[in-house]
Design a protein around this ligand. Structure first.
Ligand code: DX5
Ligand code: ZN
Length: 238
């Protein structure tokens, strides 16, 4: 469990509680974090930007005093800026917005940063990565979606790995590349080797009965995967 994942350079596992049993959220988080997950990934969905509804600030506010791990919020909202203040006040420490949902990503990043939280940007698998470039200097995290957002348990889109490489080459050493969707024990090493620092896992952690075994099955290949040596920033011409 880590309180501030930005202090770490090793690969980290973010547990997406979208796959957890919401009737016992605290024990689900304790189980994941006590068995090797590093921090908590919170999927906020509005039923409009994505075809699913999850939870919002009230749930985050309730679980915040129960958990000392870092809270990473992924905003799948058509109008994310309407909710960033409430989400930060509720206890989210990183707010990641989709580039498809704002007109001026750099201005949106500045608005989020003014709340005193970390800023992330993300994009759907069919959105060109070039859409990230104008905002790249203004964010702490780029979240690469490796499924179409909306649901846990979907199949990993392998073409995401090449997109990760293109982003990673443009990031500074103090920025992090996160990947979200379809990560499991069989593909986590390839994500690390493509440049990912933070690996989100939902069903790979919460769908089985033995969290320690599920997380060890992720951690072992994650920790032994070769990592790209692209730091410090070396921008290519793509
Ligand atoms: C999908 C969410 C993911 C999801 C990951 O919209 O953003 O965070 O919960 O779940 P898995 O790891 O099962 O794909
Ligand atoms: Zn997510």
């Amino acid at each position: 469990m880590v309180r501030d994942p930005f202090t770490q350079t090793r690969p980290l596992i973010a547990a997406s509680i979208l796959s957890a049993n919401f009737a016992r959220l605290k024990s689900e988080m304790d189980d994941a974090l006590g068995n090797g997950a590093d921090f908590v990934h919170l999927d906020i969905m509005d039923g409009h930007f994505v075809p699913n509804i999850s939870f919002g600030p009230a749930v985050i506010q309730s679980i915040r005093p129960e958990c000392s791990a870092f809270f990473d919020a992924h905003l799948m909202l058509s109008e994310p800026l309407r909710y960033v203040e409430a989400l930060s006040k509720a206890g989210a420490q990183l707010l990641t917005i989709h580039v498809e949902t704002v007109n001026d990503v750099a201005a949106a990043a500045a608005q989020i940063r003014a709340l005193g939280v970390r800023v992330g940007i993300t994009l759907n698998p069919d959105t060109p990565v070039e859409r990230l470039w104008p905002a790249l200097d203004h964010v702490d995290v780029v979240l690469m979606m490796s499924v179409f957002p909306g649901f846990s348990g979907q199949k990993f889109i392998a073409q995401s790995l090449e997109r990760c490489g293109r982003v990673k080459r443009r990031l500074r050493a103090d920025q992090r590349l996160e990947i979200d969707g379809g990560i499991h024990s069989g593909n986590i090493a390839s994500a690390v080797s493509a440049g990912c620092d933070w690996l989100v896992a939902g069903s790979a952690i919460f769908s089985g009965p033995d969290r320690a075994a599920s997380i060890a099955a992720l951690r072992n290949p994650m920790n032994s995967a070769p990592r790209p040596s692209v730091w410090p920033c070396t921008v290519d011409n793509d």
